[in-house]
Design a protein around this ligand. Structure first.
Ligand SMILES: Cc1cc2nc3c(=O)[nH]c(=O)nc-3n(C[C@H](O)[C@H](O)[C@H](O)COP(=O)(O)OP(=O)(O)OC[C@H]3O[C@@H](n4cnc5c(N)ncnc54)[C@H](O)[C@@H]3O)c2cc1C
Length: 416
């Protein structure tokens, strides 16, 4: 009888694991994948969707087709909880039993208990959020159509992004383009709109080299994006953000990109395997510490070994999915002694900024320019083409791409 593997959450980690497992175990595995969305969402492409540069089709792929192609079942439902004793996933559409479970539920936004942050800011985690944000900005700017320049309400044309990490930086970059285009269309003076990025520490810190953050700061000031860093947000009111030095910034649009926490379902799993800050605690085979039948991938889990490459990225979730599928393969085929210890690899990180500027950071070295900006776009196209058209070989193109970057950087390191 085929072994029943349930995949809870089909983002980067879950999708990769499903494809790998099916390829390795073929008919020996019966995969049931569960996700609350009907389509896979390419999250790094959301800033482009918010600005209107990309359409929904560019950043989504319907799950039904993806799972039909690998002859697996897809259940479109909200997961309510996981019963590890009964080996069942409880969804809004019923209970789904498993022999092995892969938890890849990603993360939720973290508001750190800041008053009004959740209620009075817009989230930015999904296609629905990106569409709502674009509509909100277009409406706010549209409300000033025909108003004489001196009487324009500056708050209507002010966009505040809280959180100067990778997602906040890329989002404000795209919103700058949207703001400029909307001003042009509505006949509003561009110098009346104001984009502000707030962070309590330096931009892109601590995940990136300090120099990268400094370059982004200088570049933003050239592009007309204001940085407000060194002060923490203490409260978000409707149309107003308060900082710890008493400054109040009036803004019709406030977007929250200030951090993440493990998915609520994971935090509710209880027992000794959950750390409320980091999620499911894993051993070096990426199994949950007290349950070898449950594996986990991506933003919802943690192990001490992750500290070698601490940034939570789509690439890391994809890499972990490869280890989880291999270890599950050995587990199912009774070859536990072959299971592989997870060794996180440091991946290059690409950041795209406004006006065609991109940054590539890897192992303490970084470079900037149009080629890097283009590379960021190319990675999205390669990833989407691989799954949309089932072009397995593109996985190797991706790997080749990463290997080339690694070799180039090690050459530079040696020269220094
Ligand atoms: C705006 C933004 C930009 C980013 N840019 C980059 C980037 O440029 N490069 C990069 O490498 N990383 C980037 N990241 C980070 C990257 O998206 C994550 O690290 C990655 O998605 C994690 O993969 P995952 O499989 O752990 O979770 P996800 O990809 O988040 O997948 C989780 C899945 O679980 C589903 N789910 C969650 N809860 C439930 C539930 N209760 N019931 C049913 N289904 C559920 C979700 O619908 C989702 O499909 C960005 C993140 C954001 C928010």
């Amino acid at each position: 009888m085929a072994v029943r593997v349930v995949i809870a959450g089909c983002g980067f980690g879950g999708l990769e694991a499903a494809h790998n497992l099916k390829r390795m175990l073929k008919d020996r595995v019966e995969i049931t994948a569960i996700d609350r969305d009907e389509r896979f969402e390419y999250v790094p492409g959301l800033p482009g969707l918010a600005s209107g540069r990309k359409g929904e089709r560019d950043v989504t792929i319907p799950y039904v087709g993806l799972f039909n192609r690998i002859r697996s079942r897809f259940v479109n439902s909200e997961i309510k909880s996981i019963d590890r004793k009964g080996r069942t996933v409880i969804t809004a559409k019923g209970e789904i039993p498993y022999d092995y479970l892969i938890v890849s539920l990603g993360s939720d936004p973290a508001y750190y208990g800041i008053k009004g942050a959740k209620e009075n800011s817009l989230g930015f985690r999904s296609v629905a959020d990106a569409n709502a944000l674009r509509d909100h900005i277009v409406e706010a700017f549209g409300s000033q159509r025909g108003v004489p320049p001196d009487s324009i309400d500056r708050a209507a044309l002010r966009i505040v992004v809280v959180g100067g990490g990778l997602s906040g930086v890329e989002l404000i970059t795209e919103l700058k383009t949207l703001a400029d285009d909307t001003c042009k269309r509505e006949g509003l003076p561009r110098n009346r709109c104001d984009l502000v990025l707030i962070d309590h520490g330096p931009i892109l810190h601590p995940s990136f080299d300090q120099e990268v953050g400094e370059f982004v700061e200088q570049y933003f000031s050239k592009c007309g994006i204001r940085l407000q860093h060194g002060h923490a947000v203490t409260e978000v009111r409707k149309g107003e953000v308060l900082l710890d030095d008493g400054t109040a910034i009036r803004a019709e649009t406030v977007v929250w990109c200030a951090g993440i926490m493990p998915s609520g379902v994971v935090c509710g799993m209880g027992g000794g395997c959950v750390n409320p800050k980091y999620g499911l605690m894993l051993n070096s085979y990426l199994q949950v510490v007290d349950d070898p039948n449950v594996f986990s991938i991506g933003d919802c889990s943690y192990s001490k070994i992750f500290e070698a490459a601490p940034i939570l990225t789509a690439l890391r979730a994809t890499e972990q999915a490869e280890y989880v599928s291999a270890n599950l393969f050995y587990e199912v085929t009774g070859r536990r002694d072959k299971m592989v210890v997870y060794e996180p690899r440091r991946f290059p990180t690409l950041i795209s900024l406004c006006r065609g500027m991109g940054i590539l950071e890897f192992g303490g070295f970084w470079s900037k320019g149009r080629v890097q900006w283009w590379m960021k776009r190319a990675t999205q196209s390669i990833y989407m083409a691989r799954f949309r058209h089932n072009l397995g070989f593109l996985e190797y193109v991706d790997e080749l791409f990463i290997d080339l970057i690694e070799s180039w950087y090690s050459m530079r390191m040696r020269r220094r």
